[in-house]
Design a protein around this ligand. Sequence first.
Ligand code: NAD
Length: 353
Amino acid sequence: MNKFDYMAKYGYEQLVFFYDKETGLKGITCIHDTTLGPALGGTRLWNYASEEEAVEDVMRLARGMTYKNSVAGLNIGGGKTVLIGDPDKVKSEAYWRAFGRYVQSLNGRYITAEDVNTTPEDMDYIAMETDYIVGLEKTSGDPSPFTALGVYHGMRAACLEKFGSNELKDKTVLVQGVGSVGYHLVKLLVEDGAKVFISDIKKDKLDRVSSEFPVKIVPVDEIFNDAYDIFAPCALGAVVNDETISKLKFKIICGSANNVLKEEYHGVELEKAGILYAPDYVVNAGGVINVYQEMLGYDPEEAKRKVGRIYNKVLDIFKIAKEKQITPAQAANHLAEERIRVIRNVRGNYIKR
Ligand code: NAD
């Protein structure tokens, strides 16, 4: 499909290519929808095999941010930037400052933040040239504890739906990936008395968690061997796919990884298998809720309180799914689109402020 047809079909607003002669900076910013507010989404640096691949990625990610920000109840739209280059070679002060100037040139329609292969130090350079950046170390800092907290609330809501009680005590939970988010999630689960199992490809991550908490380690190739009440994917996307679906013996899936379902129909198959799925972008919104708080005046307690709303949001989604006879993933999309539609119409009249 050509780009304008694709933009029209999915409601994209803007696709900006930028290049800096001095530093070789090459990037694309995509602004999907700004009905709710300025587009917010991180900057990803990746050595894309082709420009086409970079365009596809930025468009997919920007639209994903619109849905995530909308369901989270934030007054921001969806956007994303991808920079094309080798993360080990391209970075320099000038490179990031050149990028910051492009962000500034969008005059606040797009607000950036950290993402894959961008670090707090990189963000500090970008911030020298633009006002439109959030998630700096000196302000809201590491989003992972907030993301983990959101997953925890989503999990409690899923337990209420599935078991009739939101208690995690004595529930068996398998956490796949105990990096930044997984670590904090394990801590919350252990505090609540859950029986926690962990799996990771990196020994140092396993060592760190198992030295601090009473957990059992499950080898990476054995995660689908046993039955657990809850599976928390906190590593990779597409864990629910054609190959894995028949092996899953969980009652609930709720984790921080993005795009847990490889395809939409995998959501339908989970339903058939009696596995309750708490949609990824709803339960992993704690990080963006935390950075959004910067735009209102940063207060970590206020951010935590708002992350707590994920609990009711997940329950709403299960309710919509039942009423409309659709999957929770489809219900989340419905909720996101509906909020944008309604707010667009509510703000259709002129009021002097
Ligand atoms: P991270 O890189 O700190 O941790 C990921 C962990 O997964 C690492 O320890 C890695 O070794 C492990 N891993 C990789 N492949 C694995 C495999 N096959 N089996 C088991 N473990 C494996 O990343 P993170 O910040 O903790 O994020 C985890 C996931 O949550 C990612 O998918 C990320 O996109 C998503 N997410 C994170 C945030 C956040 O605030 N950090 C917010 C939203 C979504």
